[in-house]
Design a protein around this ligand. Structure first.
Ligand code: G6Q
Length: 537
């Protein structure tokens, strides 16, 4: 195997194939091949994944599978699941899949089976969640907890917020949930402004327990609580920690009996089903949380054991590569037709962009091909009244993922049919457009015809499921996690570190004292000095 991606046999064949295919329209492809929608769709895990509206033929797919083979995807999948230290820059295993492994299975890290440890934490989380949900856990003044505030950022925030919003239908409604992440004091202030301290639990979620934003917000929360309750002993009843760092948790003043642990082989953006999911479990209850884990696990099994030709995350990942590296598409739209999934695009932004937004390969060289796309999106139908114009008639090619459900959790008359019709129609319009002849037949004045033409040939996938349940949410998240890994393997990069977030943090630590002390000399570039002086006033 040649290590250089762009010199591999399959890559070169794909380049030639792209030249033949790039001018072929989806209209022609569907006319010439009426069976393509059956062939280019997978029904598995209760998901209909229709990828027939992509600019592909059987040959495209077979070359993409060949590429995956040449890059050793099957072996790399096995390496991840079996706990090899595939995060080579941090010398760590990558085992978010172990977090949802069934009790009784064995996954070894450095000769130790981690599955019993995982289930021990899950059981502790379940016990605590039940105490909060039933009102048995009392605050310092003896009142039950009614408000839960999760303090965390990045991977310790986006998953919990997304899951809470996605599964709101299943939440216990007499509990209020808030999520504080930003260092901006407005975030904390607004989150607690109408809360009673004696009924409020703070969950400090931080893998490292050293993150500036989270620790600053946590200290502010402690001061807020102490100011209201006037006794240091209150902290034990109102603070719990989710972390891998027992020492820092205890130094902060949280009793480590109120700490829920996880491990360094769980990446932040892959942690919503670890202890970081405590707020989710309190909200939806342990049984629903376990069914979410079951959904994750089923998709793990699908990814691990299904041949590439029917493997949903593998096909998703390879299609992304087809567009990013051959068509030059730089973005991917995520368009859920379910309002509960409103934070899902934001969650996927971190999962995909922090994982695959890298130009350095595992060999330490600069990639001579494009890697991670920009992910973005909003729920339909709202997006249709905003940015879809650019997807239909803009100059960029933007592959879209439509995500929809047959059954609404809130079935009001007409709403669901209108919602689903819109989702299906958007994919149809993007793929097949509207020709000048079709526009002219509607008696449109000649001068307006070009404006009303939709050139079509814009690709999309549709993921159709029965209903947004905790289990389906688990499947959806795992599906994208594994698509990300598929791409990382083909690109030969490490999707599990995030060195690119460090530099700005380090520079901020240098700037903080320069903002606080107006006498302090500033020694940056002219622009940075100027900004510092402006702030100083
Ligand atoms: C995720 C990243 C990052 C991380 C946050 C919070 O993969 O590593 O988003 O989750 O920086 O880190 P802590 O959980 O350690 O506070």
């Amino acid at each position: 195997m040649n290590n250089r991606l762009t010199e591999s046999t399959a890559w070169k064949a794909l380049e030639m194939h792209f030249r033949e295919l790039r001018d072929l329209s989806l209209r022609t492809m569907f006319v010439q091949d009426p069976g393509r929608s059956e062939r280019f769709s997978v029904k598995d895990q209760g998901i209909l994944f229709d990828y027939s509206k992509h600019r592909i033929t059987d040959q495209t797919l077979s070359l993409l599978f060949q590429l995956a083979g040449e890059r050793g995807l099957a072996e790399k999948i096995e390496a991840m699941f079996s706990g090899e230290k595939i995060n080579i820059t941090e010398n760590r295993a990558v085992l978010h899949t172990a977090l949802r492994a069934p009790k009784g299975s064995a996954i070894m890290v450095d000769g130790h089976n981690v599955v019993p440890d995982i289930h021990e934490v899950l059981e502790k989380m379940a016990g605590f969640s039940n105490q909060i949900r039933s009102g048995a856990w009392k605050g310092y003044t003896g009142k039950p907890i009614r408000n839960i505030v999760n303090i965390g950022i990045g991977g310790s925030d986006l998953g919990p917020v997304m899951a809470y919003e996605a599964l709101k239908f299943y939440t216990q409604r007499n509990l209020t949930f808030r999520f504080v992440s930003n260092i901006d004091g407005s975030d904390f202030t607004e989150a607690v402004h109408d809360l009673q301290a004696e009924e409020t639990l703070f969950i400090v979620a931080s893998k490292t327990f050293t993150t500036l934003e989270t620790m600053t917000n946590a200290r502010t929360a402690r001061s807020w609580l102490l100011e209201k309750l006037q006794n240091g002993q209150a902290v034990a009843r109102h603070f719990v920690a989710l972390s891998t760092n027992e020492k820092e948790v205890s130094e902060f003043g949280i009793d480590t009996r109120n700490m829920f642990g996880f491990w360094d082989w769980v990446g932040g953006r892959y942690s919503m089903d670890s202890a970081i999911g405590l707020s989710t479990m309190i909200a939806i209850g342990p049984d629903n949380f376990y069914s979410m884990l079951e959904g994750f696990h089923r998709m793990d099994e699908h990814f691990r054991h299904t041949p590439f030709e029917r493997n949903i995350p593998v096909i998703m990942g390879l299609l992304g590569i087809w567009y990013i590296d051959f068509f030059g598409a730089m973005t991917q739209a995520i368009l859920p037709y379910d309002n509960y999934l409103k934070r899902f695009p934001a969650y996927l932004q971190q999962l995909t962009m922090e994982s695959n937004g890298k130009y350095v390969t595992l060999d330490g060289e600069r990639a001579d091909y494009n890697t991670g796309a920009v992910y973005w999106g909003e729920p339909g139908t709202n997006g249709q009244h905003s940015f879809y114009q650019l997807i239909h008639q803009g100059t960029s090619l933007i592959p879209c993922d439509f995500i929809g459900f047959r059954t609404s959790l809130n079935p009001l008359p007409l709403h669901q049919d209108y919602l689903v019709a819109n989702m299906i129609a958007q994919g149809e319009a993007l793929a097949f457009g509207k020709s000048a002849d079709e526009v002219k037949k509607e008696n449109v004045p000649d001068s307006l015809v070009p404006h009303k033409v939709f050139e079509g040939n814009r690709p999309s996938s549709t993921f159709f499921m029965e209903k947004l349940t905790p289990e389906y949410l688990g499947k959806l998240v795992a599906m994208y996690e594994h698509a990300v890994y598929t791409q990382g393997v083909v690109w030969g990069i490490n999707p599990f570190d995030q060195m690119g977030v460090e530099l700005g943090k380090v520079l901020a630590m240098k700037i903080i004292p320069e903002l606080q002390d107006v006498q302090k000399a500033v020694s940056h570039d002219g622009s940075t000095n100027n900004l510092i002086r402006y702030y100083r006033g």
